[in-house]
Design a protein around this ligand. Structure first.
Ligand SMILES: *[C@@H]1O[C@H](CO)[C@@H](O)[C@H](O)[C@H]1NC(C)=O
Ligand SMILES: *[C@@H]1O[C@H](CO)[C@@H](O)[C@H](O)[C@H]1NC(C)=O
Ligand SMILES: *[C@@H]1O[C@H](CO)[C@@H](O)[C@H](O)[C@H]1NC(C)=O
Ligand SMILES: *[C@@H]1O[C@H](CO)[C@@H](O)[C@H](O)[C@H]1NC(C)=O
Ligand SMILES: *[C@@H]1O[C@H](CO)[C@@H](O)[C@H](O)[C@H]1NC(C)=O
Ligand SMILES: *[C@@H]1O[C@H](CO)[C@@H](O)[C@H](O)[C@H]1NC(C)=O
Ligand SMILES: *[C@@H]1O[C@H](CO)[C@@H](O)[C@H](O)[C@H]1NC(C)=O
Ligand SMILES: *[C@@H]1O[C@H](CO)[C@@H](O)[C@H](O)[C@H]1NC(C)=O
Length: 413
């Protein structure tokens, strides 16, 4: 799970205000954006448009609620990004639209709809001006990016109807609804929307292809380094982030939670806690790892096993791939300072494989570890302390082959 933090700095040499008029049966609005930027990065940008009601108060741990633009919408700056690390902001459901210069509502350009990665606990839809030469003007196409709820705000769940979870998925779908309704006014073709994401963004894209409420909201999908079938994606039973958080915040005891009788009160309590306290409690989990939070089976967004949902999914063009050697990002420090440590030997790599949290999604952990070890490690005849060799193999496994470690989460059985 790569966390990609993208620079959001635009250098505005000279920016003019651009007004886009939206006019439908019951919606009339002016979206006020800006021109961007220098010679080779020219385009129009409309940033920080709210696409759903702010999920605060009673809307925390509720599905995204529709919000239409009205009057003049100031879309000249990115909206705040969703709570992550020590940044706390629940009012963060914003959509951004990037177009070539001079679009109008009769152009019908293809739409590239991007969902950011970051382990479902970081990242944002903020992009720099490189998107114009590299993507928007190359199409030409209309690019859309979004923020969606992260961590506990996006995924806290009782695994039943009171707190169904998957709130982040509801955000993604509501933002797609927004694009479907309004992108034509920005020169986009609502019947040609391609969704794309990397890492947990790729997991999101894959999830959207499986989710019935997302049907008809896009035509094609690109998933990079991530699938809904990945080992870390769904909340396996062993991952108890929700009960852990509710207990830490004094909203439940283990007995109350496990009785299944108290979720209405627990929800009320969890909504009464301020966002900073909630975020801090999550960050202070003693055994944190990426993907502490993820999707669960529910009645609406993921109403069956992944396998069954996949069998029912309508056919469409899909491009799936991995980002070559992306695991290198996590190992840079080790390569510089730690290469000769016992972690990068035959036994060290076996130990790291055993420690992967994806492995714990299997009920038959021992057998899976053994199989993975045979497949990835035993077959390899490098000498046991070839540090460079084992580091290199570990990067390959991390970059390309983790997706082959199929999960076996009872959340999806
Ligand atoms: C416009 O109409 C739709 C139903 O067709 C409704 O859901 C939405 O809230 C309305 N928006 C406004 C701003 O009235
Ligand atoms: C739009 O919002 C930005 C950022 O908050 C602010 O600097 C600017 O003055 C606003 N523009 C208008 C026309 O209100
Ligand atoms: C939209 O732009 C195209 C290309 O510049 C132009 O041919 C067309 O007349 C414009 N349509 C409207 C409604 O302005
Ligand atoms: C949650 O799981 C962790 C790690 O397995 C464990 O230490 C902790 O006791 C569990 N907490 C609850 C409330 O189940
Ligand atoms: C949040 O709640 C905590 C604990 O009640 C309190 O100490 C803190 O000041 C509150 N923070 C905000 C921003 O309201
Ligand atoms: C690791 O060991 C090799 C061979 O002994 C040595 O050349 C290299 O400098 C060592 N690397 C580090 C980072 O200590
Ligand atoms: C990773 O998987 C690919 C495709 O199955 C395979 O060709 C490759 O050898 C595997 N790499 C490792 C290090 O096992
Ligand atoms: C997953 O676990 C279930 C229940 O333990 C078992 O029946 C099933 O065979 C497992 N699936 C795989 C692919 O290991």
């Amino acid at each position: 799970m790569l966390i990609i933090l993208l620079s959001s700095l635009f250098t505005l040499i000279k920016s003019d205000i651009i007004n886009i008029q939206i006019s439908t049966g019951n919606v009339s609005a002016t979206i006020q954006g800006q021109t961007c930027c220098e010679a080779d990065t020219r385009g129009w940008m409309f940033r920080g448009i709210p696409y759903a009601q702010p999920p605060v108060g009673d809307l925390r741990f509720s599905y995204a609620q529709r919000m239409d633009p009205q009057g003049v919408v100031n879309a000249t700056e990115y909206g705040d990004y969703c709570s992550q690390g020590d940044h706390v902001q629940e009012d963060c459901l914003f959509i951004n639209v990037f177009t070539p210069v001079g679009v109008n509502s009769s152009m019908r350009l293809p739409v590239f709809f991007y969902i950011h990665g970051g382990g479902w606990e970081g990242g944002s839809g903020d992009f720099g001006p490189g998107i114009y030469p590299n993507l928007v003007n190359r199409g030409p196409l209309v690019m859309v990016s979004i923020n969606y709820r992260l961590g506990p705000f996006g995924f806290f769940t009782s695994r039943e109807d009171t707190i169904p979870g998957n709130f982040a998925i509801s955000d993604m779908i509501e933002s797609l609804n927004w694009a479907k309704r309004y992108i034509s006014f920005f020169g986009g073709d609502p019947s040609r929307i391609t969704i794309c994401g990397e890492s947990s963004g790729g997991e999101s894209i894959s999830t959207l292809t499986l989710s019935p409420p997302a049907r008809g909201l896009f035509n094609q999908a690109i998933m990079e380094s991530g699938s809904a079938f990945g080992g870390g994606v769904s909340l396996c039973d062993y991952r108890n982030s929700s009960i852990q958080l509710a207990m830490t915040l004094g909203c439940t005891t283990a007995d109350q939670w496990n009785s299944g009788q108290n979720f209405a009160q627990i929800l009320q309590c969890m909504r009464s806690i301020n966002a900073t306290t909630l975020q801090d409690a999550d960050l202070n989990f003693p055994y944190r790892h990426f993907m502490d939070w993820g999707t669960v089976i529910d009645k609406l967004y993921m109403p069956d096993t992944l396998e069954n949902l996949a069998m029912q999914r309508p056919s469409m063009n899909v491009m799936a791939g991995d980002t070559t050697t992306e695991w290198l990002l996590w190992e840079q420090g080790n390569i510089q300072n730690n290469l000769n440590s016992s972690s990068f030997t035959r036994q060290g790599v076996i130990n790291q494989l055993k420690g992967l949290y994806e492995m714990h999604c299997w009920n038959n952990y021992d057998a899976v570890v053994q199989g993975a070890q045979q497949y990835y490690i035993d077959a390899n005849n490098m000498v046991d302390d070839d540090h460079v060799g084992w580091m290199s193999l570990w990067i390959t496994v991390g970059s390309r082959n983790l997706s082959e470690i199929k999960r076996n989460c009872s959340a999806y059985e």
